[in-house]
Design a protein around this ligand. Structure first.
Ligand code: TYD
Ligand code: MG
Length: 472
């Protein structure tokens, strides 16, 4: 009989210890150790092709010039946003983890992908919903998915949580793509502890990883996230998989962002944008148009910034409201923008430009429920604050793309030409950028490569220059 063994696991990073510890030596979190029972691998339980030759194969070192390189085999899905985030389609044999808050639309996204792959056998394994529930959702996403001859005819639903049973069905069905919803509901008979525990999640992922690599079948894992936004389970889960995608957005807004956090087969700075509709997720191929609110007359406190999300330029609206504080301590709150960074920008305005903002409430809001990390939005934020403070609107055809430094200097940002081109495409008439974005010592007029733009490019070095140009 197999001997029962238990160990303590850090629930935050997956560190294993023989005894309980108050503080995790690996991630320095307190009180995260939980005892989990691990049973030694029981030989009678079949593993994914355990005992077969392929498992015992040992590799010999190969000289790098002898290794034959072939372009990875990619499965192009009809979902262009997903293809983009994955770096150009699903790589065969890859394992992709997709995390996100409950109700954000992870199951919807994966089911939609599964239903829209005509001619490919997709196995959708759900440990969370019943077959009826999934069928109901499928009817919403692809209305004729219930018919035998529809393009979704080759999508199979399996409600199962034991990995051994899942592998049994996989061997019978031979799918081209496997979706697991969710990794936290699976359990492997090799391990005693409950589904969702660190050791179970790790074991189930390892088994699926072995399956994906040996069979060349891509696997998507849906993962829950904890209350601080990390993917629940050990951090090593993210190390084990090839790609980690984060599905995020404000649940009260319709826009959702699919972001690559890690990608072994492409850029990790890509992102896809979706709109949640009554009939599933719709791809948003031109984000700028939806992120700008339609308005004709200029309003104070509103500015437009040409920012980059991943490798995509997009124009986004920033709104600021500055008002006299009713209480002793002024309130500062930002939605979609880092509050610390906003406080820093307020300090710059106070100290370097002489605006009296310390007794004012300041509220900042980025349109569309997006979270912006690109520092290129700084200048738009600063101008929005001053525009609201002075109650002087900024022209609707003006946009900004620059970072603001601690001494009030305007700093250069990356990919400036893409930002300018996007602003010009959307009909803006002038854009403020840092003068350091130009080749040193040259102006817009003297740089031939800058002549092609019809939009007026204003180069500035200090925040005051921007205020003088805008508000006189
Ligand atoms: P779901 O995919 O169940 O989220 P997760 O798997 O990440 O927990 O998301 C469901 C949410 O999306 C739910 O609140 C209803 C909404 N929704 C739509 O708005 N339109 C649709 O077509 C579907 C299927 C769901
Ligand atoms: Mg779900």
């Amino acid at each position: 009989m197999a001997k029962t063994r238990s160990a303590y696991f850090c629930q935050s990073c997956g560190y294993e210890s023989a005894k309980w510890l108050g503080k995790c030596p690996s991630c320095n979190q307190w009180n995260t150790f939980v005892e989990e029972i691990i049973e030694k691998a029981n030989q009678s339980v079949p593993d994914w092709k355990s005992g077969s030759k392929s498992m015992q194969r040992s590799n010999k070192p190969a000289a790098i010039h002898e290794i034959v390189f072939s372009e990875e085999n990619r499965l192009i899905t009809p979902d262009k946003e997903l293809n983009r985030v994955l770096g150009g389609g699903i790589v065969s044999g890859s394992i992709v983890l997709i995390g996100g808050e409950p109700g954000i639309g992870k199951s919807t996204l994966m089911l939609q992908v599964a239903l829209n792959l005509p001619g490919l056998k997709v196995l959708y394994v759900s440990g969370e919903e019943s077959e009826q529930q999934i069928k109901m959702r499928a009817e919403r996403l692809v209305p004729d998915s219930g018919k035998k001859a529809s393009k979704s005819a080759d999508t199979y639903i399996l409600t199962e949580t034991s990995t051994q049973n899942i592998f049994k069905q996989i061997e019978i069905l031979q799918p081209d793509l496997v979706v697991i919803d969710s990794i936290q509901t699976l359990y492997s008979a090799h391990i005693e502890s409950t589904p969702g525990s660190v050791s179970q999640v790790r074991e189930c992922t390892a088994e699926l990883l072995r399956f994906a690599k040996e069979s060349g079948t891509p696997v998507f894992l849906i993962g829950h996230i904890t209350k601080d936004g990390m993917i629940a389970g050990p951090k090593i889960l993210e190390h084990m998989v090839d790609t980690v995608l984060q599905f995020e957005g404000d649940r009260h807004h319709v826009y959702r962002i699919l972001r690559a956090v890690k990608n072994r087969f492409g850029s990790a700075s890509e992102l896809g944008i979706y709109e949640m509709q009554g009939s599933g997720l719709r791809e948003v191929s031109n984000p700028s148009e939806i992120l700008l609110s339609q308005r004709d007359e200029p309003l104070s406190g509103i500015t437009i910034s040409a920012m980059m999300e991943g490798l995509r330029p997009m124009l986004i609206e920033t709104q600021a409201l500055v008002s006299v504080s009713a209480y002793g301590t002024p309130q500062r709150s930002a939605t979609g923008f880092d509050t610390k960074r906003m406080n820093m920008l307020l300090a710059v305005l106070e100290k370097r430009c002489g605006f009296k903002l310390s007794a004012k409430d300041v509220f900042l809001n980025i349109a569309g429920g997006l979270r912006v990390e690109d520092p290129g939005i700084d200048l738009a934020v600063v101008v929005a604050i001053i525009s609201s403070h002075e109650d002087m609107p900024v022209d609707t055809k003006t946009c900004f793309a620059a970072e603001v430094g601690l001494s009030g200097e305007i700093r250069a940002v990356n990919r400036i030409e893409q930002r300018i081109a996007e602003a010009e495409k959307l009909g803006f008439e002038q854009i403020f950028i840092s003068k350091y974005n130009l080749p040193s010592g040259r102006g817009v007029k003297t740089s031939p490569e800058w002549q092609k733009y019809k939009i007026a490019i204003k180069t500035v070095a200090k925040v005051e220059e921007v205020f003088n140009a805008l508000f006189g």
